[in-house]
Design a protein around this ligand. Structure first.
Ligand SMILES: [Zn+2]
Length: 56
């Protein structure tokens, strides 16, 4: 059984609903630890692409 726990990005409340029962903010699925550094890599890649273009 997978328990799809969602989190409100605004008040940090954990809920199973798509909308936070407290502040009615659409909830998100908390990303696994892997996704956090991946986001940094994406930014790094974008910076790299810009750097390459400038060098050319
Ligand atoms: Zn909330």
């Amino acid at each position: 059984m997978k328990w799809k726990l969602r989190k409100c990005p605004k008040c940090g409340t954990y809920t199973l609903k798509d909308v936070c029962p407290i502040c009615s903010t659409p909830t998100i699925i908390p990303h696994p630890p892997r996704f956090s550094p991946e986001d940094k890599y994406v930014k790094y890649r974008i910076e790299n692409k810009k750097g390459i273009k400038l060098n050319c």
